[in-house]
Design a protein around this ligand. Structure first.
Ligand SMILES: [Zn+2]
Ligand SMILES: [Zn+2]
Length: 349
């Protein structure tokens, strides 16, 4: 393909200063591919960048936001191998330098010189994105890109959390605190990884209805303290794995209180709040907590296999579409709690 001179993108010029404008189209460098973005899922992290709720040193302007994308390869840079023009690809939100100790240990989500689409690099609320070919993960052309894009972040993040930050086992009972995009994806992935019983806690009835469609027994926590007691009695103290997808000190404490002896908690929701946990529960009850940041790229082929096998229920996970011109409206709707699961921004071509 002849690479166009210009492309349309949603560009952030300062806190809440977003413009849809024509900017220079990226060219694939050596070892890189140029991807025509089909769609990009809306993530709460987009809003924290948009509203500059991030440390000063992380603010880069101008910045094209967007880190949950799928698309098609349209051009290959010099020496780019393993992909061809027309290939469908899933793009990891975060990828490493490939050389530091963390990358060499298979944890490029913790790379010391990390790259984040829509964070440290131009993101995917844009017609095109260039990135190293080895980090564009090829998918069967039958995968529907417009909805599968949410696998790049929501599905991949919970896949890593469930598989490695806690070690989910076949037959486990699993509870998810927060049945938003991440929480619903977690219920879906937990089932795929062998969970026998699923529970979801949220304060929104529409989100809980979606969780029910994925087979979860649900609790509306509105006005309740100590939901963990209700969960313990509901499950006969059988919940071994809990995921906090809310990012509140209170929900992390509830998650920790919920799991049985030897239970494990993965913290996926981000918060700067402090949490108080009884040290005795780490020792006497052998409970564990593992945090989780994104997903190492080595796991992306496994995530792609879930998509290709039709194992992700996108009818539940994706509830709404926006056009690129309405991306600010989409951010506002997300903040106002008007979106169930994930919303997706379609990129026009
Ligand atoms: Zn995200
Ligand atoms: Zn690295």
């Amino acid at each position: 393909m002849v690479i166009p001179e210009k492309m349309t993108a949603a560009v952030l010029h300062g806190p809440k200063e977003l413009k849809i404008e024509e900017i220079e189209c990226p060219r694939p460098g050596p070892g890189e591919v140029l991807v025509e973005v089909a769609a990009n899922g809306l993530c709460h992290t987009d809003v924290t960048y948009y509203a500059a709720q991030i440390p000063e040193k992380m603010r880069i302007y101008p910045l094209v936001l967007g880190h949950e994308a799928a698309g098609r390869v349209v051009a290959l840079g010099e020496g780019a191998a393993g992909l061809a023009e027309g290939d469908s690809v899933l793009l990891p939100p975060v990828y490493g330098c490939g050389e530091c100790d963390q990358c060499r240990a298979g944890l490029d989500n913790l790379c010391r010189r990390s790259n984040m689409l829509g964070g440290t690099r131009q993101g995917a609320y844009a017609q095109y994105v260039a990135l190293p070919a080895r980090y564009a993960f090829k998918m069967n052309p039958t995968v529907e890109l417009e909805r599968a894009c949410v696998a790049a972040d929501a599905v991949a993040t919970v896949y890593y959390a469930l598989k490695e930050r806690v070690q989910i086992k076949a037959g486990d009972a699993v509870v998810v605190f927060g049945a938003g995009g991440l929480g619903l994806a977690a219920l879906n992935v937990a089932r795929e990884l062998g969970a026998a019983k699923l529970y979801a806690v949220d304060v929104r009835e529409d989100s809980l209805a979606a969780a029910r469609r994925l087979g979860a027994e649900v609790i509306n926590a509105e006005g309740k303290e100590k939901v963990f007691k209700e969960l313990k009695s509901l499950s006969n103290d059988g919940i071994r794995v809990a995921l906090d997808c809310v990012g509140l000190g209170a929900t992390i404490a509830e998650a920790f209180g919920t799991v049985c002896k030897g239970g494990e908690v993965a913290v996926i929701g981000f918060t700067l709040e402090k949490v108080t946990l009884s040290a005795g529960t780490f020792m006497g009850l052998q409970k564990r907590i593992g945090g989780s940041w994104g997903c190492p790229t080595r796991l992306f082929p496994e995530v792609v296999r879930l998509l290709e096998g039709g194992r992700i229920d996108f009818d539940v996970l994706v509830s709404r579409f926006y056009s690129l011109a309405d991306v600010e409206q989409a951010f506002a709707d997300l903040e106002a709690g008007k979106i169930v699961g994930r919303a997706v921004v379609r990129i026009p071509h």
